[in-house]
Write a protein that binds this ligand. Structure first.
Ligand code: 8YV
Length: 320
């Protein structure tokens, strides 16, 4: 039959992805290549699929004239220029659904950790302070309203979990959703003003950049907790640091940051923050499922069955 297709990995991928692709395709690795430019010149014209867990823009696509498929490891694909891919007839796939529950679980954990100050309490115990005086009383989720900024798949899974916590649930999204009983707000400021806990779970990208700005944080108020499990870009990080320092909000639980893996020293120095190294989907179980979906998209594509989970910008219709 035909020789195995050439696939380019932009960085080290999950072992399941690396192993399976190696067994079925001719795999080229850009990261740590002695001369990335020479690699692109040499194999770029043959590459038919790219696997990414990070950025790819139109200029890189232009160096891969035979590129058909970009398989993104992750549901969020803000770092992939999907518009540029669409214009070049390249399909982009992501990994929805398989991580929804895991990220929703993490979001709930981060809400509780932030409002009840669990990491701070753990540090308090380890520092041997308990025998001297009890840990200071904290804020509470009791009698609170929780706002969800972005009621997509993960936002709905978070809301479903919160129903079990006996809290009122509000949401903001570009449009009011039919058949949803939660209270809708037409602006982020309106949502923030109504709730005590604001959970950010909107996709990243230009459309949502800085959506949670100083005005939103002001509206959230001095009893307010901000939790972000989406993308750092959705929150104006400088405004957040200012609000946390001035105690115009109570605290923040963050799994994502503007410039990962770099976290502003100001955030780490604050005692009213809980900071996680982008671990929302980072369990063995869920990363395996994400890896399998990346592989399945690639295999399905090269077996002529089309992509399994193409993104909205690059829809698939058989026969095109
Ligand atoms: C990352 C995520 O993709 O799915 C997403 O959008 O943010 C994560 O699951 C993860 O860091 C994999 O690189």
């Amino acid at each position: 039959g035909a020789p195995p297709a050439d696939i380019l990995l932009l960085r080290k991928m999950h072992p399941l992805v690396e192993r399976t692709l190696d067994s079925r395709f001719t795999v080229h690795r850009l990261e740590h290549a002695a001369d990335p430019d020479a690699l692109l010149r040499g194999v770029g014209p043959r590459v038919r699929a790219v696997c990414v867990g990070g950025a790819i823009d139109g200029s890189l696509m232009d160096r891969l004239p035979k590129l058909e498929l970009i398989a993104n490891f992750g549901v969020g694909y803000d770092a992939v220029d999907a518009g540029a891919a669409a214009r070049r007839n390249i399909i982009v796939t992501n990994t929805p659904d398989v991580l929804t529950d895991e990220v929703a679980d993490l979001a709930i954990g981060l809400v509780l950790a932030t409002i009840r100050r669990l990491p701070q309490a753990d540090r308090y115990l380890r520092e041997g302070r308990w025998p001297h005086s009890p840990f200071p009383l904290t804020a509470s989720l009791r009698g609170r309203r929780v706002g969800i900024l972005g009621l997509g798949r993960i936002g709905r899974a978070i809301a479903r979990r919160l129903e079990g916590f006996d809290v009122a649930i509000d949401y903001y999204g570009r449009t009011r959703q039919a058949g949803v009983a939660y209270t809708y707000h037409a602006t982020p400021v309106s949502l923030a003003a109504a709730v005590h806990v604001l959970i950010v779970v909107a996709p990243g990208g230009a459309e949502t950049k800085g959506l949670v700005n100083a005005d939103v944080l002001d509206a959230l108020g001095p009893e307010g907790i901000l939790v972000n499990v989406a993308r750092g870009s959705v929150v104006d990080e400088a405004a957040l640091i200012a609000a946390l320092k001035a105690r115009t909000i109570l605290g923040a639980g963050l799994d994502v940051f503007e410039n990962e893996p770099h976290v502003p020293a100001d955030l780490a120095a604050l005692d009213n923050t809980v900071l996680l190294p982008h671990v929302g989907s980072a369990s063995e179980h869920t990363r395996n499922a994400m890896a399998q979906l990346v592989v399945d998209n690639v295999l399905s594509w090269f077996e002529g069955r089309g992509p399994i989970t193409p993104v909205a910008e690059t829809p698939w219709s058989p026969g095109t």
